[in-house]
Design a protein. Structure first.
Length: 368
C-alpha cells in the first residue's frame, strides 16, 4: 500500500497558509504530490509550488486553483488556503503530462507509464479551453479503463494548473498504471422528478416537443402543480437531465434551464440536443444532494475490498455550502464513511468523470 500524507491550512496570506500546510507533511514525503490553492493566492502559485518542492523533496506535482479547496472533513472558501496530498508511488507507475489543447495533442499526449498504456488519469482543465467537451473523450481513449476523473479550474482571476510546474490552458494531469488501484464514483446531486422523455422536436438547445407534445406542457406536467403555479421558483431548482446513451446506471448530464417561452411553449436548456435524445426533468435541493451523496458513498464502500489509503474529491461550485450548509457538511459525509483518510481536492467550474464533462456533481476517487 502506498504511504500518503496530507496537509491543509488557511492563513492571512499565501506564505502563512503554505507554511502551515507544509509543516503537516514534512520531508521525504513521497514521489508525487497533489496541490490545490484558493484563487485568492493564485498569483503566488509558483511560489507555493517551489516551497513545497523544496520542503518535501518531491519534484513531481499536479494540481489547480479553486474558489474553494477540499480536505479531510473540511472545506476552505473565500480565504487564502492550501491543501496538499502526497504519495510514495513507484517511479514507473505514474506520469505527469500537460499541453492538451486540441484533439491532436490529446491523441498524442505522453501518458505511458513504464512503457505501457495507463489505466486511469486524474486531470485538471482550463474552463476556457476551446471544444473541451470534445477533448475529454479523446483523452479518455488513451487510458485502458476509459476513465478520467478531475475538474475544471474555478477562479475569479487567473486559471493556472500544476503539472510539474505551473502551466496554463488546456488539460493537464497525471496518468497511473494498473499497479495503482483506485475506486471512483459520481454523485449527481439531483433527483429525477418525471419519467424519461423522448425529444421529438428541437432546434440547437431549444426543446420544441417531448413525447410528441409541446415541451412546455410536458414540463408543467412533470414539475407538479405547486411549481407550475409559480415559475419564478424554477430557476436553480429544476434542471434538464440529458440521458447518457448506453449507460447501465441511469447516468445523465444535468443542464440549466436558460429560457421558457410560455406563449410558444418552448424551453431552452444549457446544452445542444438532438431529436431522439432522452431527457428527464430533475430537482436539485439540499435533500436531493444529501440523499444522492449518501447513495454514492455507500455504493463505493460496498465495492471496496480494503480500507482506502487516501482520496481526491472534485465538487461543483454550486454544491458545498449551497446544498450542504455551513460547517463543511459535504466533506464530513465522506469522513463519516471512510474515516480520517488523507484527502485533497477543490470546488470546480465543471467536473470530469469517465469520458464526459459534468456539472453540479461530486467525483470521489479513492486510492486502495
Amino acid at each position: 500500500m502506498t504511504n500518503f500524507r496530507c496537509g491543509h491550512a488557511a492563513g492571512a496570506d499565501w506564505r502563512e497558509a503554505a507554511s502551515a500546510c507544509l509543516g503537516q507533511i514534512g520531508v521525504n514525503a513521497g514521489t508525487l504530490g497533489f496541490l490545490y490553492v484558493t484563487d485568492l493566492i493564485a498569483d503566488h502559485l509558483n511560489d507555493v509550488l517551489e516551497m513545497f518542492k523544496a520542503g518535501t523533496g518531491i519534484t513531481q506535482w499536479v494540481g489547480a486553483v479553486g474558489i474553494g479547496v477540499c480536505a479531510t472533513g473540511k472545506e476552505y472558501l473565500d480565504q487564502p488556503a492550501v491543501v496538499a496530498l502526497t504519495g510514495d508511488f513507484a517511479a514507473d507507475s505514474f506520469r505527469v503530462f500537460s499541453g492538451v489543447v486540441d484533439e491532436e495533442t490529446a491523441a498524442k499526449a505522453a501518458m505511458e507509464c513504464g512503457g505501457a498504456a495507463p489505466n486511469i488519469a486524474i486531470v485538471h482543465a482550463d474552463p476556457h479551453t476551446e471544444h473541451l467537451e470534445r477533448l475529454v473523450p479523446v483523452l479518455a481513449k488513451r487510458v485502458e479503463s476509459g476513465f478520467l476523473v478531475g475538474g475544471l479550474v474555478s477562479s475569479r482571476g487567473r486559471n493556472p494548473q500544476i503539472a510539474g510546474g505551473v502551466v496554463n490552458g488546456g488539460i493537464s494531469g497525471v496518468a497511473f498504471s494498473d499497479s495503482v488501484v483506485v475506486a471512483t464514483r459520481l454523485t449527481q446531486g439531483c433527483t429525477p422528478i418525471g419519467p424519461k422523455r423522448a425529444v421529438t422536436g428541437c432546434q440547437r438547445n431549444v426543446l420544441i416537443s417531448l413525447d410528441g407534445k409541446p415541451a412546455f406542457d410536458v414540463f408543467l406536467e412533470d414539475i407538479g402543480e405547486k411549481l407550475a403555479g409559480d415559475l419564478n421558483r424554477v430557476g436553480g431548482h429544476i434542471f434538464a437531465g440529458i440521458a447518457v446513451p448506453g449507460s447501465d446506471t441511469g447516468d445523465y448530464l444535468a443542464r440549466n434551464l436558460v429560457g421558457i417561452d410560455t406563449q410558444s411553449k418552448l424551453i431552452a436548456i444549457g446544452d445542444y440536443i438532438k431529436k431522439g435524445d432522452s431527457l428527464m426533468f430533475c430537482r436539485r435541493d439540499a435533500r436531493s444532494a444529501r440523499d444522492d451523496m449518501a447513495r454514492m458513498l455507500e455504493s463505493i464502500k460496498q465495492g471496496l475490498y480494503a480500507k482506502p489509503a487516501a482520496g481526491v474529491y472534485y465538487s461543483c461550485l454550486g454544491r458545498g455550502e449551497t446544498l450542504f450548509g455551513k460547517g463543511s457538511g459535504e466533506l464530513k459525509m465522506i469522513r463519516d464513511v471512510f474515516g480520517d483518510i488523507p484527502l485533497a481536492g477543490f470546488f470546480c467550474n465543471g467536473e470530469i468523470s469517465h469520458n464526459r464533462l459534468y456539472g453540479y456533481t461530486g467525483v470521489l476517487t479513492l486510492f486502495l
